[in-house]
Ligand binder design. Structure first.
Ligand code: ADP
Ligand code: 5GP
Length: 214
């Protein structure tokens, strides 16, 4: 008989978006630290590695020709050109992870989220939008991060309204006021989504085994 406490499941794709500074990276980091069955999608890029960057960990570094082939054969779930370099999320590792019951986290903007939603089955997606509690707090967090010059902060604030306007395209919205509360809400979402019937592929065998005995 199948072990009911450990039924096979299909993994999920967690797509997180937010205006810059709302706390998406902080929440992602906390999530990945405690979830051994969840990993960040590793992008491909045509940009050369920076000192210290590891191929296969930070990015898969590939040539423009390899990128073109991958993209044109449908091997990317989404892609973009940023400052003359190409970036994309490869499809194959995601399909493999989902089939093996592992979850994949995507940290993408609304455009990336839309592209992924078109490339994959809706059943695989869980879309979460992270909101700041207020405009003042968003501004304060961008300043607190203190790694960007003033004009970059101003540009991020200007882009925030556009990013936020896409909130209805997400399944869940977390207002990141208190970090521990936001983190607990994210954990609750993942827990419930993993329990959805259509993801619990082991249920078929479990129920079959049970009805056979009846
Ligand atoms: P993003 O990835 O969305 O751009 P970060 O995770 O880098 O944002 O967060 C921006 C800043 O705000 C960081 O300094 C982070 O420590 C801080 N921060 C994140 N969440 C909270 C919170 N709930 N309360 C206070 N500060 C926060
Ligand atoms: P960097 O070269 O500094 O690592 O990244 C530059 C930009 O590319 C960042 O804004 C980052 O979010 C974006 N980027 C990185 N990987 C991907 C990806 O797979 N898809 C898309 N659309 N953008 C990406």
């Amino acid at each position: 008989m199948t072990d009911p406490s450990n039924l096979a499941r299909r993994g999920l794709m967690l797509i997180m978006s937010s205006p810059s500074g709302a706390g998406k990276s902080t929440l992602s980091r906390k999530l990945l630290e405690r979830e051994p069955d969840m990993a960040m999608s590793v992008s491909v890029t045509t940009r050369p590695p920076r000192p210290g960057e590891v191929d296969g960990k930070d990015y898969h570094f590939i040539t423009p020709e390899e990128f073109r082939q991958l993209r044109d054969s449908g091997g990317l779930l989404e892609w973009a050109e940023v400052f003359g370099n190409f970036y994309g999320s490869p499809r194959e590792p995601v399909e493999k992870a989902l089939a093996e019951g592992r979850d994949v986290l995507f940290d993408v903007d609304w455009q990336g989220a839309q592209q992924i939603a078109q490339a994959m089955s809706q059943d695989d997606l869980v879309r979460v939008f992270i909101m700041p509690p207020s405009v003042e707090e968003l501004h304060a967090r961008l300043r607190k991060r203190a790694q960007d010059p003033q004009e970059v902060i101003a540009r991020r604030m200007a882009q925030a309204a556009n990013e936020i306007s896409h909130w209805p395209e997400y399944d869940y919205v977390i207002i990141n006021d208190d970090l521990d509360k936001a983190d607990a809400e994210l954990a609750a979402i993942i827990r419930a989504e993993r329990l959805k019937r259509h993801r619990r592929t082991g249920l078929h065998e479990f129920v079959r085994g049970m009805t056979r005995e009846m």
